[in-house]
Design a protein around this ligand. Structure first.
Ligand code: SF4
Length: 104
């Protein structure tokens, strides 16, 4: 499925002219989306990718959850284990955040 996503254009005068798609994405409220509202990554993810939401839901205002959920999870584990190793042990982080599924 080919998705045409254009947020807007810059005019010759340097002015940003948004498209309706821009406003659709701006209006997205992931705190009311069933998939996102109780997600631990909501504060940093804010509902994921609008293009992925179009692919999954047919519109940009749904959850755009894809591989980003696992990237957030692994990134957060990596950050906490690297910068706060006295507070967070890897086994505890896996217990708190879960294990990323194997790719197979
Ligand atoms: S990781 Fe997925 S479920 Fe969680 S907030 Fe982001 S899009 Fe929603």
């Amino acid at each position: 499925m080919k998705i045409n996503i254009v947020f807007g254009k810059i005019t010759e005068e340097g002015e940003f002219k948004p498209t309706p798609f821009y406003y659709d994405v701006e209006a997205k409220d992931p705190t009311i989306l069933s998939e996102c509202k109780n997600c631990k990554f909501l504060p940093i993810c804010m509902g994921g990718c609008a293009a992925e939401s179009i692919r999954k839901n047919g519109h940009p205002n749904g959850s755009g959850c894809d591989i980003s959920k696992y990237i957030w999870k692994e990134g957060l584990k990596f950050y906490l284990a690297c910068y706060h190793p006295r507070i967070f042990k890897e086994t505890e982080l896996i217990e708190i955040l879960g294990k990323t599924p194997d790719k197979n």
